[in-house]
Ligand binder design. Sequence first.
Ligand code: ACO
Length: 323
Amino acid sequence: VIRSIVTGTGSYLPEKILTNSDLAKMVDTSDDWIVQRTGIQQRHVAAEGQVTSDLAVEAALRALESAGRKADDIDTIILATATPDNTFPATSVSVQARLGINHGFAFDVHAVCSGFVYALTTADAYIRSGMSKRCLVIGAETFSRILDWNDRTTCVLFGDGAGAVVVEASEGEGNTADKGVLTSHLRSDGRHKDKLFVDGGPSSTQTVGYLRMEGKEVFKHAVGMITDVIEDAYSATGLTSEDLTWFIPHQANKRIIDASAKKLKIAPEKVVTTVQMHGNTSAASIPLALDLAVRDGRVKKDDLIMLEAMGGGFTWGSVLLRW
Ligand code: ACO
């Protein structure tokens, strides 16, 4: 069996930090309100002129370094973003050019907050089919550019950042059946498309638009959708919450994360949480959290890790992997 093994991780956060107190000077909000409802204390914001591909390249270089690979070793780049540099070309080809890769192929995946789970699942399918050998999978976002900074119900929730992983086909030596990506489960349901969306676009308004959200509606659906795709992963593998070493969910909101973990009976000490420092970085949140947990020594060889996300569309999904 060919398996997709994560061989390196990297991430990047823009230097500028916006705290809740900074936001309280911009809109009618407070540190207390934001922390109580979301757990968020601060978020990073891209500098003027710093675009999504800039963040993505930094994260990619760090992931390559940690995998011990040169850019030239990569044959496939899959970049998840809802905030591309331009309508086209895909942001991934800018990354490809900046890394000096001129073979293979690169494309973007658009599933908003679920983007990284979708991109990793896609890379896994390409690897297992034999079409790709070494993929760079990136989640990168500059949500600060699509926020209505006068709308307190949304502007306090999001941040900018990027995370990346190198995923490689197992060499086939020894038994790799229980390594790397074990199972993935993707879902979407477009009936919910108006609950979380951007009110602009090239074909509709010819503007970029701003993020709009029915927060309560998103919250209402989030926990059920998340737990469904995780239970799908358990059914497919016979594994359970007991077997998990780490739960690395999309970082939208501490209340959603806590409620999901509780419903799934995942012990709080197994949950990796970065939302307090990063806010919701959409497709970047999982690889950012994963990279942090790898670099601080939490994630170790043979650990069983559940990744999960839910976001605009709605889209949602899970990836279970053995480190
Ligand atoms: N500061 C102060 N007051 C605020 C703020 C703010 N930033 N935002 C809203 N309020 C006010 C509202 O106007 C409302 O006032 P009112 O009662 O006078 O009308 C009051 O606070 C309560 O607002 P609610 O919307 O009912 O607050 P709720 O408890 O639902 O929390 C929140 C809002 C945090 C957005 C919550 O609904 C939520 O977490 N939803 C999930 C959305 C999410 O995480 N989306 C991320 C994108 S999707 C994803 O990544 C999964």
